[in-house]
Design a protein around this ligand. Structure first.
Ligand SMILES: O=c1[nH]cc([C@@H]2O[C@H](COP(=O)(O)OP(=O)(O)OP(=O)(O)O)[C@@H](O)[C@H]2O)c(=O)[nH]1
Length: 615
């Protein structure tokens, strides 16, 4: 018997479940699906830190599981399956991704907290060419609250049952673990092994796409009762709420679903007087964000990633003694780093992930260690005054330092070589990340000389020189910056193309050049100073000279909110601000630069190239 007609659509296809999970198999066969089981050999070891969200990580793992099985079957018996289903489960607690416990202690830690269970499912529709496979994907999220009465003894009694160890989140809700869970919001089967309801809906969308006339009907949101509210909602206008965490569909659809869902929820509340609003998971994750940042910064400050670089896994007590810290504190910090995807935790101990080796060890080529320390030692402290910055509309160095600050770069901090070097290390790390993109954003081959105004360690100058072998680049910066820049100059073929010149770009004449570069400089300064600097650059330019401006343009569409955070950052730290594309365009034109072209770079930066016209 097939209750759900879409399951029948798969009956004559070769369906493969790429999973070893017995629960997943049971749920799907109970639903009448016929399939073969070929557990995936894909190692669940993707770098968590390289995904913007936990969902992204789980989805990529699910897709890779299905791909590995489809490819292997094709290679082995030359008969490609029609459909391969891959799934992955993660559990998130306050933004941290947890999977299956690696040991009993880990299980204990997982058990004591409220969790979100996210299942990502990838349905791979195969053809003989892997590249031509179509993949439909969705994920389903269920929120669980572990009973607040769950005692330490209760947890410790449960763990030896063996149930937690092969289960994401550390419990089997369908068996003994059910006793630990107080409430479930969302699809129960999703926690147990597979989101059957959402799967059927997804198949429905694939096999019965809506007719155009259906699309013109007002949206109707069918109800899927959460397990804690098994009620008939059919008397509610609009038919009840869409599952809160469905993530497929366009933004507009989501907005509609959200609005309709809210109206329904209100109606429902009015009717029963008892229904709880959705659990504010995202909100709580945002709240916890500062704790995660501080954990990352602290691990950098303690040089945890240096001690683990290129080493065999080490246990918490070893690391604790190296970083001169308590074992219990170190262990907690290491666990959070592992959950953030910065460390890997196995039975042998902790080791760096690739992200940590690449960016967090202090001696790696693309190290952001200096930038982390700058954030820990300076920016973090400034942000504690955010409320004042918002009220007063200005930076907060005076509060942090307890004195009036006239010029941020000249007299804000003690300009000891150490402080200066730390600042330069921070700038160097950030500049190296983006220098290649900046250097290649436009064709600059018509210029034979460039001046990188405020070019600090010469990281961008080096990329410009590498990209344009006939270009001579002058890095113009304050005398003490130029003095310390030698620490950052690797010997190499570009060295002969790069020169350093000391001076203050507000007071001293600029070195002459055909191309001027202002990379993340203007955003530090007030409008008055920006005019002053741009007029100096304009005066130094002959007609046809170029100005390469690199900044974060406000109002540009971006995937992440980084641009807006950057804007807040400027308020707290500098006397400047981020500006919009229109504002920069006006500024450039006012100072005689026209033909403005804009290129978006990866991350939050944008590059603009303008040409000086005859006055
Ligand atoms: O309450 C419960 N919570 C979780 C489970 C089981 O946990 C695992 C989740 O892991 P994953 O999705 O990665 O699947 P695997 O078992 O590793 O098999 P794959 O071969 O597909 O990677 C899953 O088995 C759930 O059933 C549970 O049983 N109860």
């Amino acid at each position: 018997m097939v209750l759900c007609p879409v399951i029948g659509k798969l009956l004559h296809k070769r369906v493969v479940l790429a999973s070893a999970s017995p629960r997943r198999q049971e749920i799907l066969s109970n639903a009448g699906l016929r399939f073969e089981v070929v557990p995936s050999r894909f190692k669940e070891k993707l770098d968590k830190a390289s995904f913007a969200t936990p969902y992204g990580y789980a989805m990529e793992t699910a897709k890779q599981k299905a791909l590995e099985v489809a490819t292997r079957m094709h290679q082995k018996d030359l008969r490609t399956p029609d459909v391969v289903i891959g799934a992955d489960t993660i559990v998130t607690v306050g933004g941290l991704i947890l999977e299956k416990p690696v040991d009993k202690q880990d299980a204990y830690r997982m058990l004591s907290r409220a969790q979100r269970c996210v299942k990502a499912v990838a349905i791979r529709h195969c053809s003989s060419q892997a590249a031509a496979h179509q993949v439909s994907e969705f994920y389903e999220e269920t929120t669980l609250n572990v009973s607040p009465e769950l005692s330490e003894e209760g947890c410790l009694e449960y763990i030896p049952s063996g149930e937690p160890m092969d289960k994401a989140g550390g419990y089997g809700i369908q068996a003994l673990g059910g006793m630990l869970v107080e409430s479930v919001h969302g699809d129960f089967l999703n926690v147990v092994g597979f989101p059957l309801n959402h799967f059927c809906k997804q198949l429905g969308e694939l096999y019965y796409p809506p007719r155009p006339e259906d699309l013109r009907q007002p949206v109707r949101h069918d109800s899927i009762p959460a397990v804690d509210t098994f009620e008939d909602l059919s008397d509610v206008e609009g038919g009840g709420s869409e599952p809160a965490q469905r993530e497929t569909g366009s933004r507009d659809e989501k907005a509609e679903v959200g609005a309709a869902g809210q109206a329904t929820a209100e109606a429902e509340c009015h009717r029963t007087g008892a229904t709880l609003p959705p659990f504010p998971t995202r909100l709580l994750e945002l709240l916890d964000g500062f704790k995660l940042s501080k954990a990352l910064l602290t691990a950098c400050k303690l040089k945890v990633f240096d001690w683990l670089k290129d080493e065999a896994p080490q246990r918490a007590p070893d690391i604790a003694s190296k970083v001169d810290a308590s074992v219990c504190g170190t262990e907690k910090l290491l666990d959070v780093c592992a959950a953030m995807g910065l460390l890997e935790k196995t039975e042998q101990g902790y080791s760096n992930t690739e992200t940590a080796n690449l960016y967090l060890a202090s001696d790696s080529e693309y190290s952001l260690h200096g930038f982390m320390l700058q954030n820990n030692d300076v920016i973090w402290n400034l942000f504690t005054y955010l409320e004042f910055a918002i009220r007063e509309g200005r930076n907060q160095h005076h509060r942090l330092l307890g004195k009036k600050v006239e010029d941020l770069f000249q007299d804000a901090y003690d300009r000891s070589p150490d402080t200066q070097l730390r600042f330069m290390q921070a700038m160097h790390g950030v500049a190296k990340l983006t220098a290649r993109q900046v250097a290649t954003a436009f064709d600059l081959s018509r210029f034979s000389s460039a001046c990188d105004v405020g070019g600090c360690t010469g990281a961008l100058a080096r990329e410009l020189a590498r990209e344009y072998p006939r270009l001579q680049v002058t890095v113009f910066d304050l005398p003490d910056v130029v003095e310390l820049a030698v620490h950052f100059q690797p010997a190499g073929p570009q060295a002969a193309q790069i020169h350093f010149a000391a001076g203050d770009f507000f007071r001293d004449p600029l070195p002459s050049a055909e191309l001027y570069v202002l990379c993340r400089i203007l955003h530090d300064w007030s409008d008055d100073k920006v005019h002053k600097l741009l007029s100096k650059v304009a005066e130094s330019c002959k007609p046809g000279a170029g100005l390469l401006l690199v900044e974060t343009l406000l109002d540009e569409k971006r995937e992440v909110q980084g641009g807006l955070i950057q804007s807040l950052n400027m308020l707290v730290q500098t006397e400047g601000r981020e500006r919009s594309r229109g504002e920069y365009q006006c500024l450039l034109e006012l100072h005689g630069f026209h033909q403005v072209q804009v290129v978006h770079l990866e991350g939050v930066l944008d590059a603009m190239l303008a040409t000086r016209v005859a006055p």
